[in-house]
Ligand binder design. Structure first.
Ligand SMILES: Nc1nc2c(ncn2[C@@H]2O[C@H](COP(=O)(O)OP(=O)(O)OP(=O)(O)O)[C@@H](O)[C@H]2O)c(=O)[nH]1
Length: 419
């Protein structure tokens, strides 16, 4: 059996309209998969009784520690961790209101999968659309639509099919490759961890089963070799005085000793001599492994450079266009200078043009209003002081993303997906 540390990690986000049952679902997942401890459960039972409820409110498991629960609304991104014998999971639980778009973008930026909850009685709502648009914008590879509260529609197949149909019609406009649907009752536990006895007509897997088995290995780009150099390792000892290693995390592709590579931006060419990790030398390495490379030739390489295959290179540009989510409560200042951080590279940048804002509920362009506020999504163009080595975000989420930092305050003000 694989060790706990080696187990594959799946990161997913949860989103839904208010009261669709997000907290109940997470509680149910943790509870039925036995990922919570007895003492926590006792506490939840007691609190439920104190509040005069006749059932144990599983939402308290996930919300119990949040004081904003007292105001009945979830803000901020809460990361939760659980594991089953098959996989480890990190849940980014993000609030659904439009003023928390930035939280959603933050929570979703590294996710493999998005769980989108829909109340079976209400069907697809504005928030369902917005969350799905964000999932598509951030290229989350898998979306699982949980049609919840099936108990309130008599576990009816027609009710489920109606939501599926409605969602599919809307999702046709989006760029999501893998969409699945699971009819559930988070409250009663149907099809969350345990198969429902109330929905014989549903033959697909339960939600947990989907989370445990969905194939995420090929979510990484294994075609375009991209190795952003994080650190140059040059031991200061006579014994190793010739050694120069380049450490970093592979952002795309498969590397092997002997591969012909080019170092960007300099353009120097060489061959990979050796690939090593903590455990020794490797025959091959691929995204998202962290490795150290050595090259046959002694060439000048520094942090922020990228080692790529000679016949497959990224874009190298100073004018970069991307979809930007503005994260900060102060709007961009005219002519302000920002630091752009992209892979391990850093440059200074100025926003040159705001092309249009996007209505995040409908995907429509807003052409007549270009004022940017917190949570806005806009297509922008920046000019950087030195070339960035990029791929379209669609092609590679690592080399295709960037953040902007305000030079004066050091605050991260925007996240971007390169077009
Ligand atoms: N009948 C029924 N009720 C449910 C189901 N799932 C959740 N509920 C109830 O719906 C209400 C809202 O559930 P929550 O889990 O708090 O909803 P939420 O989406 O997390 O809400 P916020 O945290 O405020 O965004 C609670 O009273 C739950 O008990 C379900 O499958 N069936």
């Amino acid at each position: 059996m694989s060790s706990y540390l080696d187990m594959e990690l799946l990161r997913f986000t949860t989103a839904g309209s208010v009261d669709d049952g997000k907290s109940t679902l997470i509680g149910r997942l943790l509870f039925d998969s036995k990922s919570i401890f007895e003492d926590q459960m006792d506490q939840v039972k007691k609190t439920s009784q104190k509040r005069g409820l006749d059932h144990t409110e599983l939402a308290l498991l996930t919300d119990g520690l949040r004081d904003e629960r007292e105001q009945g609304i979830t803000i901020d991104v809460a990361y939760r961790y659980f594991a089953t014998p098959k996989r480890k999971f990190i849940i980014a639980d993000t609030p659904g209101h439009i003023q928390y778009t930035r939280n959603m973008v933050t929570g979703a930026s590294t996710a493999n999968l998005a769980v989108i909850l829909v109340d079976a009685r209400n069907g697809v709502m504005e928030q369902t659309c917005r969350h799905s648009i964000i999932a598509s914008l951030l290229q989350i590879p898998h979306v699982v639509v949980c049609v919840n509260k099936m108990d309130l529609v008599d576990y009816s197949e027609e009710a489920f099919d109606k939501v599926v149909e409605e969602y599919e019609a809307f999702a046709a406009k989006l760029d999501v490759k893998d969409i699945r649907f699971v009819p559930i009752s988070a409250l009663h536990g149907d099809n969350v961890v345990n198969r429902s006895k109330n929905m014989d007509w549903y033959e697909g897997p339960t939600l947990l089963n989907t989370l445990e088995t969905i194939h995420i290995g090929s979510d990484e780009n294994h075609i375009d070799c991209r190795f952003p150099v994080q650190t140059v390792i040059r031991p200061h000892s006579d014994e190793f005085h010739d050694y120069r290693g380049y450490a970093g995390r592979i952002a795309g592709g498969v590397y092997k000793p002997g591969d012909e590579v080019t170092v960007l931006p300099s353009g120097f060419q060489s061959k990979i001599k050796e690939i090593t990790t903590f455990d020794g030398a490797l025959e091959e390495a691929f995204a998202p492994m962290s490795v150290t490379l050595t090259l046959e030739d002694d060439i000048d390489v520094s942090r922020g450079d990228m080692i790529v295959r000679t016949n497959n290179q990224p874009d190298m540009e100073q004018d970069v266009e991307f979809m930007m989510c503005w994260l900060h409560n102060e709007p961009p200042r005219p002519r302000a200078k920002y630091i752009v951080r992209q892979t391990t590279n850093e440059a200074r940048a100025m926003i040159k043009d705001i092309q249009y804002k996007m209505d995040i509920n409908t995907l429509h362009r807003i052409e007549d209003d270009k004022s940017i506020e917190m949570n806005d999504i806009a297509r922008v163009k920046i000019r950087t002081t030195k070339p960035l080595l990029t791929d379209p975000y669609r092609r590679n989420r690592h080399t295709g993303s960037l953040i902007l930092i305000d030079e004066a305050t050091n605050d991260t003000v925007a996240a971007g997906m390169i077009i």
